[in-house]
Design a protein around this ligand. Structure first.
Ligand SMILES: [Zn+2]
Length: 281
């Protein structure tokens, strides 16, 4: 059975000069179906604007997600860093509720001096505190989506993301395939590799053909032994991971997905991805 994949840019389209509250008009005109609002340098959107953005997205039937600030480390050693990280996620959840964002994407943290197991444990402790804070503030409509990270120094390989999402309500994964490819030093070569990833998600989290939508990021990526180095545009096919094979795997498995384009060409490459996908329909 064929399911729908929605495509959209990570942040405001390059060709868009208007105000963010109207951005979904433009995305709809381009024929795209998704948008990831970027709060990567801090959650600054006011409630009034956020509600306008939500209206505009609904009017245009655009699926909106939100990227939380980069400066988050839920496995930090220092208590003040942990507290600030939790605060940023609280602010993100509040704004996401206004915007109507179906996912709040974030990078969980860094291993630093900890073993991966210790870092994961610290991260989960911080998430428990985060969820308690949100509960006491009465913030209820949110789904955090920890992202598979691109550097080997970062918490967030596929198993860790699955583990985090298994451990808490209000959590679902963001699968950045380029990050998995980069931290795996070029590990995604074909449809089989994508099937392995989807299989793990299905076994670990029960994601499958009946699920709402798998939230994904995609770009061509250059990497070193340490992981991701640079994002490249879609046409630079000397960089992986492959894209058609991802479509094949998602279609084979009958999954719904939202794919956010993180190449330097944002909306242009999102359109190109969508065109490639439409060949399969
Ligand atoms: Zn990403």
């Amino acid at each position: 059975m064929k399911k729908k994949i929605k495509f959209g840019p990570a942040g405001n389209p390059i060709g868009f000069n208007g105000q963010t509250v109207d951005v979904c008009d433009y995305i709809n005109e381009l024929g795209l179906g998704a948008y990831e609002y970027q709060a990567t340098y801090g959650v600054r959107i006011k409630k009034e604007s956020a509600l306008k953005l939500a209206n505009n997205a609904q009017k245009n039937d655009i699926k909106v997600s939100m990227h939380a600030p980069y400066y988050i480390n839920l496995s930090a050693q220092k208590e003040d860093v942990l507290e600030r990280s939790i605060d940023r996620l609280v602010q993100s959840a509040r704004a996401a509720e206004w915007i109507g964002a179906y996912r709040i994407v974030f990078h969980p943290g860094f291993y630093t001096k900890y073993t991966p197991q210790e870092a994961l444990k610290r991260c989960k402790g911080a998430i428990s505190e985060l969820l308690n804070n949100l509960d006491s503030l009465g913030i209820k409509n949110f789904t955090f989506a920890p992202e598979t990270t691109g550097k080997r120094s970062q918490l967030g390989n596929l198993d860790e993301i699955i583990d985090i999402c298994q451990s808490f309500d209000h959590f679902a994964p963001t699968i950045d395939f380029a990050h998995l490819h980069a931290r795996g030093r070029g590990c995604i070569k074909g449809a089989d590799d994508y099937h392995k990833i989807l299989g793990k998600l299905e076994d670990g989290l029960g994601i499958g053909s009946g699920s709402e939508s798998l939230h994904c990021h995609f770009t061509r990526i250059e990497y070193t032994d340490a992981g991701e180095r640079k994002h490249h545009v879609l046409n630079e096919t000397e960089y992986g991971p492959p894209l058609e094979e991802l479509f094949e795997a998602l279609i084979d498995c009958g999954w719904n997905a939202t794919i956010i384009c993180e190449t330097p060409f944002l909306e242009m490459d999102a359109i190109l991805m969508q065109k490639m996908y439409q060949k399969y329909l």
